[in-house]
Write a protein that binds this ligand. Structure first.
Ligand code: ATP
Length: 316
């Protein structure tokens, strides 16, 4: 079953088309990355799924229910960690969590025990009685995550949860999110940290200008990419007095590391051909290794190309 299904979702803000007919689904139990440059439409899509934005047309289902006609059920299935940080002057964290629980009709000893567990897991127990404006940015972020989980939603949506978060907290958040995923939650994540998405997400969609530009398993997106990267190790002495490379090689050079040259090569080009060119240019090759593009490199190539949308799953 799909946890979330987007079917031809469009959203206009006056003349601006923030979403131009988005269709795809997120399988139940997956860790899904929604990626894209600023203004691509990620938050609009997430907010439409959460009922915070009403689509101009199209439909969205969460756990099989329509987010507009069955909004009570879909909101119960969904936990959203929004981008904006909270600063509520009137409530402390524990009160906020109780208030949030009340929206779902949850109270009593069992719910209080779950709130205690959330506070504990997110290292907020010491701060449970602090007002939100007394918290650091990272603590506010953790409080938002706790709020999104008070009703144990099946689908957790995290909108840039690690923006402005230090390395330690980032690691803690990912451990916690991985555990939620292992326990069966479907996770949808937007992030600009593509290394993070590559490590965590089993499937990713890349959005651009309100459309899905690519959608695939993360591993497939990397292996199917048209380019690979060749790292050619050379003596440092060569790099210090390096003669210019012939244009055919120079055009492929993407990086000049301490003792290596890195070339971006079309996968159609045989390795022997590059080796021949290196030999001809009298490059003293010590070692050579090849790797697929990283998600960040795939992302840069795909979003730099303003051509046709290459949507992986368009039907609904
Ligand atoms: N309430 C609004 N009124 C008018 N335009 C809006 C509104 N919300 C979003 N937009 C526009 O819709 C487009 C998509 O914005 P959105 O916030 O969904 O992008 P995003 O991919 O989440 O970007 P970011 O990575 O910067 O968070 C942008 O051009 C934005 O200016």
């Amino acid at each position: 079953m799909s946890a979330v299904e987007f079917c031809n979702v469009r959203k206009h803000y006056a003349d601006l088309q923030a979403l131009k007919g988005v269709s795809f689904s997120v399988e139940e139990g997956s860790f899904f990355g929604l990626l894209g440059p600023n203004g691509a439409g990620k938050s609009t899509l997430i907010n439409a799924m959460s009922g915070l934005v009403v689509p101009s047309s199209g439909s969205i289902k969460v756990m099989g229910k329509d987010v507009i006609s069955d909004y009570r059920e879909t909101r119960r299935s969904l936990g959203l960690v929004p981008q904006e940080l909270i600063a509520d002057p009137f409530f402390n964290i524990r009160e906020l969590l109780k208030l949030q629980s009340g929206y779902f009709g949850l109270k009593g000893a069992k719910q209080n025990a779950w709130i205690d567990e959330l506070l504990e897991r997110l290292a907020l127990t010491d701060k449970a009685d602090s007002l939100t404006h007394q918290l650091s940015g990272g603590m506010k972020r953790r409080a938002l995550i706790a709020m999104s989980l008070v009703h144990k939603p099946q689908v957790l949506v995290l909108d840039e949860p690690t923006a402005g978060v230090d390395v330690d907290l980032r690691r803690t958040l990912w451990e916690f999110t991985r555990e939620l995923h292992k326990n069966g939650h479907t996770i949808i994540l937007t992030t600009h940290y593509l290394e993070e998405a590559e490590a965590l997400c089993d499937k990713v969609a890349i959005m651009q200008k309100g459309q899905i530009k690519a959608l695939d398993k993360t591993s497939a997106l990397l292996s199917k990419h048209a380019y690979r990267y060749l790292k050619v190790s050379v003596p440092q002495s060569y790099l210090q007095q390096q003669a210019p490379l012939p244009p055919a090689l120079q055009n492929l050079l993407v990086e000049d590391e301490a003792s290596a040259l890195v070339f971006k090569v079309d996968k159609e080009v045989a390795l022997g051909e590059i080796l021949g060119q290196l030999h001809q240019a009298q490059v003293p090759v010590e070692d050579i290794s090849s790797r697929d593009a990283t998600l960040e490199e795939v992302f840069i190539d795909l979003t730099a190309d303003s051509g046709e949308v290459q949507q992986g799953e368009g039907k609904c």
